[in-house]
Design a binder for this molecule. Sequence first.
Ligand SMILES: Cc1cc2nc3c(=O)[nH]c(=O)nc-3n(C[C@H](O)[C@H](O)[C@H](O)COP(=O)(O)OP(=O)(O)OC[C@H]3O[C@@H](n4cnc5c(N)ncnc54)[C@H](O)[C@@H]3O)c2cc1C
Length: 426
Amino acid sequence: MPERKNKFLNTQVQDLEIAGVYKDLDANLLNLIRTNKINPKPLMICSGSTSSGCAAKDHWTLDLRYRFKKVEFYPAQNEVLIEAGVDMKTLIEELKDHKRSFPIGISGSTGIGYILTGGISPLSRKYGLAIDQIKELGGYWANGEKFKLKKPLHSSSKDHLVQWKALCGAAPFLAIITHIKLKTHQLKPLGVWETTLEPEQLAETISISEQWPIQASLYWMWGETIKAFGVYEFKENYSEKGFTEIINEVPKSDDFKTSQIEDLTQLNRFNLPIPSDSFNQNKYSEVVGILGPPLRNKSYELVKTIEKLMQNKPNPSCYISAQQLGGATMTEVKNLSSFVHRNSMWKPWITGTWEAGNNEQRKKSLDWIENGWIELEKYFPGVHLAQIHPHLHWHQKEIKAAFKAWLPELQQLKSKFDPEGILLPL
Ligand SMILES: Cc1cc2nc3c(=O)[nH]c(=O)nc-3n(C[C@H](O)[C@H](O)[C@H](O)COP(=O)(O)OP(=O)(O)OC[C@H]3O[C@@H](n4cnc5c(N)ncnc54)[C@H](O)[C@@H]3O)c2cc1C
């Protein structure tokens, strides 16, 4: 029998009255899927439970964290197989024992939703997106049919190619993924720095960073103040010239500091420029992630636009951030994925926050996100569907902006593999 209570990391989802939770994808649930007896639809899928899309009011959730916990490393290939309930911190801690690593994002608490929706890491400029590391995917299409797909070769069939592309970036609409096999990378030490900046200094930092080598990337966050953070992967040791050159060049203030970390889970040492209670249980939030090409000389103009948006933010916990892409994310020429915005160098995201249960603040924060999105669209026309919002009115807009000309083919696959709408609408 499915259970009614569950622990989700996303605070908003945690407080929803959901129909119940399936803790396994067993014969009973598969039978309900195959006979179209999930009611109401869609069935929500939860891996890391960090997004607002892993459960919905009155809907059932399949929480993969209970049953799908295996991590298995294959030393001969330097590949790792993870089941769908493994979070990113667990993944890289397991890999550390083999002196290997994986380009996780800025938080280790996300689950395989991070990988399936693209996966932008501070190391993506060197290694590519998380989806670019996938060697094999397995699970069930939304019609209940079991599958296992290996990364296509030149000789692979068109069907194989199209299904692979769809699953790498649009899986949440088509299939329940139960395991992924991934390429890993040699574990190397990282240098990080952080500093508070004035708006002009941020514009200058953005402009400089577009010329950085691929082992360096910028991440900035504009909340109550502006903070810039940099991550640099060393070849071997900490005293590398490239790192020194960057930290000598970047604008800084008195709080500038550098440190060395072993892996990306330690990014949580960064001091963020938002009130410390922003992630408390009584705060809810939504996020829209957008994508755009190098800014070149437009970083100053962009910063002015953001400055205006920040003057109107509805509360102190709302913020706008960005991560840097480029390098390997741009040169993945074959692009066997649904991440169509390969020309992107920036992924800003707009986070609107409100007090739990305060509908007026909720509306203001959602309006602020939407307005910010419209203002920033001219620089960042794409969407990174890391957060999927079927519960909000902009769902159609986000889907069109995420997949562009690839959307009709995805919709064709949806009608083949999810004819009854068991999973999220596309
Ligand atoms: C603190 C924090 C930091 C983040 N940093 C980054 C970052 O650096 N880079 C980046 O790219 N993103 C980042 N994100 C965004 C995050 O990667 C996405 O929101 C991602 O979808 C979360 O995955 P999850 O497994 O934790 O979430 P969940 O909420 O469990 O799932 C997210 C979505 O994926 C679908 N899904 C999950 N598992 C499966 C499955 N097995 N099969 C099919 N569909 C599935 C669900 O339907 C759901 O809609 C961050 C998010 C947070 C909260």
